[in-house]
Design a protein around this ligand. Structure first.
Ligand SMILES: [Zn+2]
Length: 139
């Protein structure tokens, strides 16, 4: 399950609305309790969506950004616990492409943005080779 700070949720929604009609993306940072499968998100870190051609329905993260965020997290003694992105004018369900790039032990928040307003969001985690909706607790 995912525990996430209210401020982090607000920030993800704000970025999703600001980036509309394009997909925005970023990292969720915090702590992972592998034994109990609990990820706790204390802050978020937005990175640029590298996919310019299809930025309305695809997102790509520059490997350099990945390293940059990992360094930042290391210095603070926290970890990358997941990735968030927005779906402009699409539901908050993962796409085939989202599934292709998903990794285990990570949370994937997807925000549905309709006409510039963040209307809903869900968190997903891998369950074998599929996504399943993840239980979320706002802290
Ligand atoms: Zn997606």
């Amino acid at each position: 399950m995912l525990k996430i700070k209210k401020e982090a949720v607000e920030e993800i929604k704000r970025q999703s609305e600001e980036g509309y009609p394009y997909e925005i993306c970023g990292f969720m940072l915090g702590n992972i309790d592998y034994q109990n499968n609990i990820r706790e998100c204390t802050e978020v870190y937005q990175v640029e969506n590298q996919n310019k051609e299809r930025a309305n329905d695809r997102f790509e993260i520059d490997p350099k950004d990945y390293i940059k965020v990992e360094d930042y997290a290391d210095k603070k003694g926290i970890s990358i616990i997941g990735i968030y992105h927005s779906h402009p004018d699409h539901p908050d369900r993962p796409s085939q492409t989202d599934l292709m790039f998903a990794q285990p032990d990570m949370s994937y928040i997807i925000v549905s943005v309709e006409k510039g307003k963040a209307v809903s969001w869900k968190s997903w985690e891998l369950d074998g080779d599929k996504f399943k909706q993840e239980e979320v607790e706002i802290i």
